[in-house]
Design a binder for this molecule. Structure first.
Ligand code: SF4
Length: 362
């Protein structure tokens, strides 16, 4: 995977004493640093010239709101009772279907939060308040969980913290192969490292800056060998001539590389986009493969393939997964109860039921 090239690090005054700043200086000594006043950052006086340009400047600032929230899911779709914790906003990679192009269109700065201690304290307080509940918490909602890790060292603080908690599974979701620091840590069974997986031809066309399929597989194997639980997300699944052979090969390659008994969960979700995201994808040069397929507007305001096609795609994938990994837990991301019913023959009664189904025996 090619290292990211940052043009500048913009540091909010007060954040220059944080461990993240120290890690940035050590890992990127050649990148110029500029200190700015908090008011200038808050007032947006740091100009950001568009989504792609924003990814070239790394902003380090305190996060002033809450770090932890319930995953918003998508209106009316089956939800898997997941919590998200945001240590950063935006992502140095640039997938052409990325929903952040729409979600962060007003505020695209690539920002890392310097007050990791507050983040961990907030998570620790929630876990301590509900010791009888087992939580699934992920860091990959509005950034990639690991792509920035070689520069900021977040995992060196987060993994030992969550590994010491009795009632959590932390999921680090990535399209990178940045796992070197993870391998030096003991996850104590509390950390799932998961990869979003696509056929290599999709990676080459629509996931610029990410690790190749081979690199992701090698990283997954290294994490498995170091004691991490694994996860894989086939999301977004894309329909194009030849998709079946590509996705079948993908499933077979994964399970020829890792032991399915170490895989905590797999998810499937087809390509989806709000109309605004579809416009951004068109403007930013997404491949014809993404733009061409016919899609319908669903209840949650997102465009998806027709329901019969989605069901057919999920059933085919599920068949290939079941041949290679007979007992691995599989769920659908942001899909309706009807689709669940047609694919699995059942739909979870509530989000807690699905969340509990995904928890491994601890
Ligand atoms: S890796 Fe994820 S967060 Fe980053 S650009 Fe791709 S889809 Fe977006």
């Amino acid at each position: 995977m090619v290292p990211f090239k940052f043009e500048e690090i913009i540091v909010e005054q007060g954040s220059e004493t944080s461990p993240i700043f120290y890690n940035l200086r050590r890992s990127l000594p050649e990148v110029p640093v500029r200190l700015v006043a908090p008011d200038d950052l808050a007032a947006g006086r740091e100009p950001v010239r568009g989504f792609a340009a924003a990814k070239k400047k790394l902003v380090l600032a305190r996060h002033k709101g809450e770090f932890l929230k319930k995953c918003p899911g998508s209106g009316g779709q089956v939800c898997c009772n997941y919590f998200v914790i945001n240590f950063a906003s935006n992502c140095p990679m640039d997938c052409s279907y990325c929903y952040l192009q729409d979600y962060l269109s007003e505020n695209p700065a690539l920002k890392v939060f310097s007050n990791t201690d507050d983040l961990l304290a907030e998570a620790g307080a929630l876990l301590a308040r509900h010791r009888k509940l087992l939580f699934r918490i992920g860091t990959g909602e509005i950034t990639d969980s690991l792509a920035l890790d070689p520069y900021i060292g977040f995992s060196r603080q987060a993994v030992p913290f969550f590994a010491a908690q009795p009632n959590v599974l932390l999921e680090l979701k990535t399209k990178s192969d940045c796992v070197d620091d993870l391998l030096k840590l003991d996850p104590k069974g509390r950390v799932v490292v998961s990869w979003s997986m696509s056929p290599q031809r999709v990676i080459e066309a629509d996931e610029p800056g990410t690790a190749s399929l081979e690199e992701r597989l090698r990283a997954a194997r290294r994490c498995q060998d170091a004691g991490y639980r694994l996860g894989f997300h086939f999301d977004p699944m894309i329909e194009y001539p030849g998709w079946e052979q590509d996705y079948r090969d993908l499933v077979e390659r994964i399970f020829a590389t890792v032991d399915w008994r170490r895989v905590s969960w797999l998810s499937m979700g087809v390509l989806r986009a709000t109309p605004a995201l579809k416009r951004a994808m068109r403007e930013r040069g997404a491949s014809a493969r993404l733009l061409a397929g016919e899609q319908v507007l669903c209840r949650d305001g997102k465009l998806r393939y027709f329901q019969p096609l989605r069901v057919q795609m999920y059933r085919r994938m599920l068949g290939w997964i079941r041949s290679a990994a007979p007992a691995t837990k599989v769920y659908l991301c942001m899909e309706s109860r009807e689709v669940w019913q047609d694919v699995f023959g059942y739909a979870p009664g509530c989000e807690k039921e699905l969340g509990d189904l995904l928890l491994p025996g601890m």
